[in-house]
Ligand binder design. Structure first.
Ligand code: PLP
Length: 377
């Protein structure tokens, strides 16, 4: 089956008891046991819930892994992955990851004794050099947020395999519609499902998929032990949103390509970052490892003042954190999503005050261009 068909028919379809074509919302916390330990597969909804199970089966199939897990947010998903590790373990983490990823590692897990080194995951030698005897995993995103650098999943997986590490990939920006990190050698893939998977700015959720059954067992143990699970209503909402992932991603990308090209032709824009542009340094690589370029664009208007001017004048772009929804969202990473990264570090990375990030929605692209034109002028 091809991907759009799998998005419609993948996982658990409908309800065999009634013929309902959508999976019912099992709004339940506990399940009757006929005798102690004799039940129909569910005991308590933190451990397992049929609506969540349908979602977990669906994402595992879409990502090509052994087992999937759903959480109350992308950060809860990542925190569960990080809880696989022990005090004294060390991680190699991409230096351009989502600000919340950086924050939870440096300010929460570091207190529990988990160490991390941040490196440019584009620089394979730097990654290898950062590996220590106590290193357990490489954590990366591609394309990165907000600089849209493309990292080589297969090459990083070769390093991870040679050194006996897990490769953990945040696939939020691409989704399984465009990219399947597990097929390229990753061991764990995770998502802020709040973004493209949900797609409608109405649910906060996280998803994780383990490549093999043992890792799946380990993750299930931690998921159940910590308990940051996704509720049945939100699991259902996500199942519904994901059915249209294919058509939405195609539209996001088409609009993003058009907008990026238009921005790149303007003399008043300092740089445009979009992996779909042939001028982008990751353009070749992304075509090797993904089926598309995604719907995120970053561009530099030169100063914080000009960025403020654009933000105050746009009408169709909603000023908001987050991304991946049907409506176009605009943000200034330095002062919003990445504000938790220290100023000097942001400067080092190139997350400038004039950098604007757009999550391109699925409106008519002509309207998006006209609106940005008037805001820039
Ligand atoms: C790439 C990426 N990963 C993880 C997260 C965290 O997800 P959530 O906000 O669902 O907790 C985000 C949120 O913006 C993100 O953009």
């Amino acid at each position: 089956m091809r991907i759009k068909t799998r998005l419609i028919h993948g996982g658990i379809e409908g309800d065999p008891a009634t013929g309902a074509v959508s999976v019912p919302i099992y709004q339940v916390s506990t399940y009757k046991q006929e005798a102690i330990g004799k039940h129909k597969g569910y005991e308590y909804s933190r451990t397992g819930n049929p609506t969540r199970h349908a979602l977990e089966t669906y994402i595992a199939e879409l990502e090509g892994g052994a087992r999937g897990f759903a959480f109350g947010s992308g950060m809860a998903a990542l925190s569960t992955i990080l809880s696989l590790f022990n005090k004294g373990d060390h991680l190699v983490v991409g230096d351009d990851v989502y600000g919340g990823t950086y924050r939870v590692i440096t300010r929460v897990f570091s207190r529990l004794g988990l160490e991390a080194t941040y490196v440019d995951t584009n620089d394979l030698q730097a990654v290898e050099a950062a590996v220590r005897p106590e290193t357990k995993a490489i954590i990366m995103e591609t394309p990165t947020n907000p600089l849209l650098k493309v990292n080589d999943i297969s090459a990083l997986s070769s390093i991870a395999k040679a050194k006996g590490l897990l490769l953990v990939v945040d696939n939020t920006f691409m989704t399984p519609y465009w990219q399947n990190p597990l097929d390229l050698g990753a061991d764990i893939v995770f998502h802020s499902a709040t973004k493209y998977l949900g797609g409608h700015s109405d649910v906060v959720a996280g998803l994780v998929v383990a490549k093999d059954a043992q890792l799946g067992e380990d993750l299930h143990f931690v998921q159940n032990a910590i308990g940051g699970v996704l509720g049945p209503q939100d699991s259902w909402l996500l199942l519904r949103g994901m059915k249209t992932l294919g058509v939405r991603m195609e539209e996001h990308e088409q609009n993003a390509r058009t907008l990026a090209k238009w921005l790149a032709e303007r003399s008043d824009i300092e740089r445009v970052l979009y992996p779909g542009l042939s001028s982008h340094p990751g353009h070749e690589l992304i075509q090797k490892q993904a089926r598309g370029f995604g719907g995120m664009i970053s561009f530099d208007v030169g100063s914080a003042e000009r960025a403020d001017q654009v933000l105050s004048k746009v009408k169709l772009y909603t000023l908001a954190e987050s991304l991946g929804a049907v409506e176009s969202l605009i943000s200034v990473p330095a002062r919003m999503t990445h504000a938790s990264i220290p100023v000097e570090r942001r400067a080092e990375l190139g997350i400038t005050e004039g950098l604007i990030r757009i999550s391109v929605g699925i409106e008519d692209v002509e309207d998006l261009i006209e609106d940005l034109e008037q805001a820039l002028s």
